[in-house]
Design a protein around this ligand. Structure first.
Ligand code: DX5
Ligand code: ZN
Length: 239
C-alpha cells in the first residue's frame, strides 16, 4: 500500500513506503499490435500482466485461452496473473501452470471443492487466488484463508471490460482486510473492474494492494504513464 509505516530495525524506527502492484488487463489491449502492447508492459512499472479467460458459460462472453497464453508467456517479462472465469477450472489448472501462469485465480462461485482446488494450484508452483463476484460475501473465505495467496475482489460483474465500478466494493475490501488482519493472513487483496485514477486511492486506503486495470490503461493517451500514475497515486485524504 502507498502509505508510510514504521519499521523496527536494529533499535531504530524508520519509515518505509510500499507501493501497490499494478496488473494491466490484456483484455483491453489492441490485438492488432500485440508486440507493441507487450513492449509497453515490459517497459512500464506494471508488476503483472492480468490474463482474463472466459468460457461463454460461467460468464456471458468468450475471450482467449492457451494459444494467446503462449504468446504472452513468450513476449511478456512480467508474471502472468491468470483469472479463470470458467466452469470446472480444475480440468485446466495443470495446463495453465505449464503455460506460464504465476498466479491462478479461480472463482468461488465455480468451485465446489475450493480447498482441493487451491491446494492443487499451490502444488503446481503457482500462487493461489480466489475471485469473488460482487454478490459473494468475503466471510465465505473464512475456511480457506490458509490455502490462499490472494483474493480477487470483482468490482464489476465479470465478463466484459470497460464496465462501471460498483461502489460497494470498497466496503468489501475493508471487511476482507479486517478478516485477514484478524487471522494473521498475509494474502494480497487485488481489485478487478472499472479501476482508474478516480477510485485507486479509495481502494488502496480500504486495504487493496494490487490493482487490475484494463480500459483505463490501454485507452489512455499514454498507457505507460497511466500505469506509473496508478502505482504512485497519493492516498492522502485532502485536508
Ligand atoms: C472483467 C475482467 C477484467 C477486465 C477489467 O470480467 O475480469 O479483468 O479486463 O477491465 P476494465 O479495467 O476495463 O474494467
Ligand atoms: Zn480479470
Amino acid at each position: 500500500m502507498n502509505s508510510w509505516r514504521l519499521v523496527f530495525r536494529g533499535g531504530w524506527f524508520r519509515t518505509a513506503m510500499s507501493l501497490p502492484a499494478i496488473a494491466p488487463s490484456l483484455l483491453a489491449a489492441n490485438f492488432a499490435h500485440l508486440d507493441r502492447e507487450m513492449d509497453m508492459i515490459n517497459r512500464s512499472e506494471a508488476d503483472y500482466l492480468h490474463f482474463d479467460v472466459m468460457d461463454g458459460v460461467f460468464v456471458p462472453n468468450i475471450s482467449f485461452g492457451f494459444p494467446l497464453l503462449e504468446v504472452a508467456h513468450k513476449l511478456c517479462r512480467k508474471p502472468l496473473d491468470v483469472h479463470l472465469m470458467i466452469t470446472d477450472p480444475d480440468r485446466y489448472l495443470d495446463e495453465f501452470a505449464k503455460g506460464g501462469a504465476a498466479v491462478i485465480h479461480v472463482h468461488y462461485e465455480a468451485c465446489p471443492h475450493l480447498h482441493r482446488t487451491l491446494t492443487h494450484i499451490r502444488e503446481l508452483g503457482c500462487e493461489a487466488g480466489v475471485a469473488l463476484n460482487p454478490h459473494t460475501p468475503v466471510g465465505l473465505l473464512d475456511d480457506v484463508l490458509e490455502q490462499l495467496d490472494v483474493v480477487l475482489i470483482m468490482s464489476v460483474n465479470p465478463g466484459f471490460g470497460g464496465q462501471s465500478f460498483i461502489p460497494h466494493t470498497i466496503r468489501k475490501i475493508t471487511q476482507l482486510k479486517q478478516l485477514l488482519v484478524a487471522r494473521g493472513s498475509s494474502a494480497r487483496i487485488e481489485v478487478d473492474g472499472g479501476v482508474s485514477l478516480s477510485n485507486a486511492a479509495a481502494l488502496l486506503r480500504a486495504g487493496a494492494d494490487t490493482l487490475v486495470a484494463g480500459s483505463s490503461v490501454f485507452k489512455a493517451d499514454n498507457p505507460e504513464a497511466l500505469i506509473r500514475d496508478l502505482k504512485h497515486v497519493s492516498t492522502t485524504l485532502p485536508a
